[in-house]
Design a protein. Structure first.
Length: 187
């Protein structure tokens, strides 16, 4: 592919085997990758071979590959160390609510998975939940009926439905209902 005219002679071949001992940390796959990356000029200018597969050509390609691999490793290692040093701070319930509203506004759909309990908690804390008691009771009964039917179906089918409680379902269905209202208002 690179225009090398002939294979190395016996003396060059022995020199290549000795040179390979200096690069014994590389696998044959990495050596093959080194020549492919040199061929597509990922290391910069291609290593010139002058039509021969020489020891100089072989070692220059592998040396450039080692430098490239070390730089990639160093870049990712330092990024990993930076991430490892930062402490995980969970998003606030308000941020989760706002991100859900943004998602619904942008995509015009309600996602299947979200932090429903946290969003509900923010809505409750912010006094967004202000329906009448009769409406709440009716909503509770509707969700309870649906939830119990799903539990019965899961028992009959032999599949476990999960660890969601009735209270969790009520909260997530309430948030989904409010997001549907938001979608209707948008459209």
């Amino acid at each position: 592919m690179r225009g090398i005219k002939s294979l190395p002679d016996d003396i060059t071949f022995e020199g290549l085997k000795r040179a390979l001992q200096y690069f014994n940390q590389l696998t044959f796959s990495e050596i093959n990758l080194a020549f492919e990356l040199d061929n597509i000029r990922l290391f910069g200018d291609r290593v010139n071979h002058f039509g021969l597969f020489s020891i100089e050509f072989f070692t220059d390609v592998l040396r450039k590959f080692n430098e490239y691999r070390d730089n990639v490793y160093h870049d990712y290692y330092t990024q990993f160390e930076e991430i490892k040093e930062t402490k995980f701070v969970p998003s606030s319930n308000e941020k989760l609510y706002n991100s859900l509203v943004d998602y619904v506004n942008k995509n015009k759909i309600i996602p299947a998975f979200w932090a429903w309990q946290n969003v509900y908690q923010h809505m409750e804390d912010s006094a967004m939940i202000n329906e009448s008691q009769s409406w709440k009771d009716e909503f509770y009964l509707r969700v309870k009926h649906s939830f119990e039917n799903e539990k019965q179906l899961s028992l009959l089918s032999g599949f476990k439905i999960g660890s969601e409680t009735l209270n969790d379902r009520i909260k997530s269905d309430y948030v989904r209902m409010r997001m549907r209202m938001l979608l209707n208002a948008i459209n």
